[in-house]
Unconditional design. Structure first.
Length: 93
């Protein structure tokens, strides 16, 4: 699965790369070179970041599911306990 950015995000990323080079490197970087560098990082590093994000989302969802089981758990076989309690009797099971 390739990671792609929509056009506005891609343009903003390229501009950010160009600014980074302008402020931190000895030579500025052109639009095409910044785009090629972005493509490299999306292809080379992007899948690792994506996989980590999916794993984090999965863990968070699993935690929510675990909470859900606790929150919606209902006691079973309670009819007779309620009935016996209403009549002042001790339940038999």
């Amino acid at each position: 699965m390739s990671i792609e950015l929509d056009k506005p995000d891609r343009q903003q990323a390229i501009e950010s790369i160009q600014r980074y080079f302008s402020e931190n490197m000895e030579a500025p970087i052109g639009n095409m070179t910044a785009g090629a560098l972005l493509n490299f990082f999306l292809e080379e590093v992007g899948p690792s970041i994506y996989n980590k994000a999916v794993a984090d989302a999965r863990a968070r969802m699993q935690a929510r599911l675990d909470d859900l089981e606790f929150e919606v758990q209902e006691d079973v076989f309670t009819y007779w306990r309620k009935f016996d309690k209403a009549r002042g009797k001790k339940g038999q099971g």
